[in-house]
Design a binder for this molecule. Sequence first.
Ligand SMILES: NC(=O)c1ccc[n+]([C@@H]2O[C@H](COP(=O)([O-])OP(=O)(O)OC[C@H]3O[C@@H](n4cnc5c(N)ncnc54)[C@H](OP(=O)(O)O)[C@@H]3O)[C@@H](O)[C@H]2O)c1
Length: 287
Amino acid sequence: MKILVTGADGQLGRCLQDRLLLTAHDGLALNRNQLDITDRQAVEAAVVGFRPDVIVNAAAYTAVDRAESEPEVVRRVNAEAVGYLAEAANKVGALLVQVSTDYVFDGRTTRPYRESDPVNPLNVYGASKLAGEQYATGANRYVIVRAAWLFSEYGNNFLKSMLKLADGRETIQVVIDQIGTPTYGGDLATSIIRLAEAEAVSGIYHYAGGRACSWFEFSQAIFAGLSKLRPEWRTPRVLPVTATEYPGVATRPAYAVLDDAKLRACLPRVTGDWELAIEAVMPVLTE
Ligand SMILES: NC(=O)c1ccc[n+]([C@@H]2O[C@H](COP(=O)([O-])OP(=O)(O)OC[C@H]3O[C@@H](n4cnc5c(N)ncnc54)[C@H](OP(=O)(O)O)[C@@H]3O)[C@@H](O)[C@H]2O)c1
């Protein structure tokens, strides 16, 4: 299969590149310099030129707090550009895989979100990603994969931020009242490729990267793993704070757990386990 990946230098883009190398697929991964997805003609030229069977859109504006002050830019990248990818996908009959987020929900619930649950984004980023989902439905063949709390060996993410803080700080404060499912980018990339390979997939799929936890628990798991792996490193004591005590610019959902039953039914052997993934990734990040 020919698979075109956009946003190739991002966290997920890099993970997709790694995982594609393990397959027999003919992958073409284009970073922002090689393909700006907000350039409609460039999108058409790239897609018509390569004629992929699948387009995975891993490009996005992901700075959730900064997004609040530049909604127009965010909308162009996360929403309108997805429409260009859908149009181009239709020209060559490709499946469009659009990656989306738990932030389409408002988090005012207590059970994991199903694909059919009502959406209500709380911030500009979430609203733009929801609009992106709507644009993706313009493709004759599309799949939307929602994920949450991405981390990997690449880019900026919570795991890497915690490891940086492990060098000298006595204590750090981490939010305890936001619950989600950390997701290893490598596992998500594998699932996306498997979905693209599967017959008869369509609509929205939730990907959950393992058991639900708070940012506080996630940080504790990271430091416990670090202490085991590098006992000589001094790890900080983690103090719980509430989201109200530690506010970001953008409002975030308090409960962002995704129910992945539909995905598991479709790909029974694909699972994610963020606890195993941090163990696997940490040696590389602490060399
Ligand atoms: N990170 C998370 O916690 C999280 C959670 C849930 C869902 N997601 C979704 O997962 C997907 C991948 O996220 P990620 O964490 O891999 O994001 P990321 O690391 O920020 O990567 C996004 C990539 O898209 C590129 N990009 C931005 N504007 C572009 C444009 N106009 N044309 C082409 N490329 C452009 C960025 O380039 P520059 O760096 O040059 O801007 C970056 O390389 C996104 O759809 C995101 O919404 C992420």
